[in-house]
Design a protein around this ligand. Structure first.
Ligand SMILES: Nc1ncnc2c1ncn2[C@@H]1O[C@H](COP(=O)(O)OP(=O)(O)OP(=O)(O)O)[C@@H](O)[C@H]1O
Ligand SMILES: [Mg+2]
Length: 306
């Protein structure tokens, strides 16, 4: 059985609605579910009818929800990076760390890393207390960037690890040839080298997140009966295929919302598909969520692993 699900798709297609309905249905069937919103502009609490924060809150029996505090995760990520730099380069007093980090806070990539480490925290610290974890995701661009980080950063870290190995090898050679060399007093062994150890631990953390995305998760992409959301779903699928992350299901939400012509793409039609009608009365309460027929989707999810 999968134990993690992600709902992706264009803005407004129904990620929060369907991920909530899905979580609610599985919780009411007796499994303990955590739904976590990764969207910086949270509205999961509105959908579930309760106020949420960064820690799991019981919404009803078996259903817990949280909204990650992205600002906190950005600060935590920068704080850890700062401590790391300070302890590694304590001799370098010329680097003005404070102004460097003030800029880094607003640099591209910082938010994506913060989301990634928030997912890691949920996966490692909270997921063991639940039968499954469901992620309601932010808009496509941010989601694709954090989903691609384990692969991209993994390559970087692999290269840096090789570089560090070469440095340690050279140090060993110099120390052998000249035990009096100043290098002899520095670290020459992988097991004692702080930098090597740090690279190894980041690599392991990224590999675990990569495996979570590509092998352990049920990935649903939501479309509406309109061409723009289909184009976006195709882009998501292509990008995920490049990252070796298989799409598990296509959810066609808001069926019947308009009479405008729209076409399903062949590429998406090959995947398991699930249909959800547009509710003219709107979806404003938890009981409205419970009325969305998600049984076929939850059964697909509950089938044993892919
Ligand atoms: N099947 C449906 N029938 C009627 N209304 C729906 C349906 N699905 C979603 N909606 C409505 O569409 C709006 C957008 O849905 P939702 O917030 O779930 O989308 P989203 O993809 O999470 O949006 P965002 O990208 O802003 O996070 C909401 O008002 C929601 O109630
Ligand atoms: Mg949403």
């Amino acid at each position: 059985m999968h134990s993690t699900a992600f709902f992706l798709g264009k803005g407004g297609v129904g990620k929060t609605t369907l991920s909530s309905a899905f979580s609610l249905s599985i919780a009411r069937s007796g499994k303990k579910v955590l739904i976590a919103s990764l969207d910086p502009a949270h509205n999961l609490g509105d959908a579930l009818g309760c106020r949420l924060n960064g820690e799991p809150k019981e919404v009803e029996k078996n259903l817990f929800a949280l909204e990650i505090d992205l600002a906190k995760w950005v600060d935590k990520y920068l704080e850890e990076s700062r401590d790391q730099l300070k302890s590694t380069y304590s001799y370098n007093l010329t680097l003005n760390m404070d102004s460097f980090f003030a800029i880094l806070k607003y640099s591209p990539g910082t938010e994506e890393y913060a989301v990634l480490w928030a997912i890691e925290d949920i996966h490692c610290r909270l997921a063991p207390k639940f039968d499954l974890v469901v992620f309601d995701t932010p808009p496509t661009a941010l989601s694709l960037r954090f989903l691609s980080l384990p692969a991209i950063s993994g390559l970087w870290v692999a290269e840096l690890t090789k570089l560090r190995e070469r440095i340690l090898d050279r140090r060993q050679t110099i120390t052998r040839l000249n035990p009096e060399s100043p290098v002899a007093s520095s670290c020459v062994d992988k097991d004692d080298d702080k930098v090597y150890g740090k690279l190894r631990s980041i690599r392991a953390r990224l590999a675990a997140l990569g495996a979570l995305f590509s092998m352990e998760s049920f990935i649903s992409v939501i479309v509406n009966p309109d061409e723009l959301s289909v184009f976006e779903a195709l882009r998501i699928k292509e990008e995920l295929t490049r990252l070796n992350i298989p799409v598990s299901a296509i959810c066609i939400n808001k069926q019947g919302v308009s009479n405008a012509a729209w076409a399903q793409s062949q590429e998406l039609a090959e995947l398991p598909q699930f249909q959800f009608d547009f509710s003219r009365e709107g979806i404003s309460t938890r009981e409205d969520l419970a009325m969305i027929g998600v049984d076929a989707l939850t059964q697909q999810f509950l089938k044993k692993g892919k």
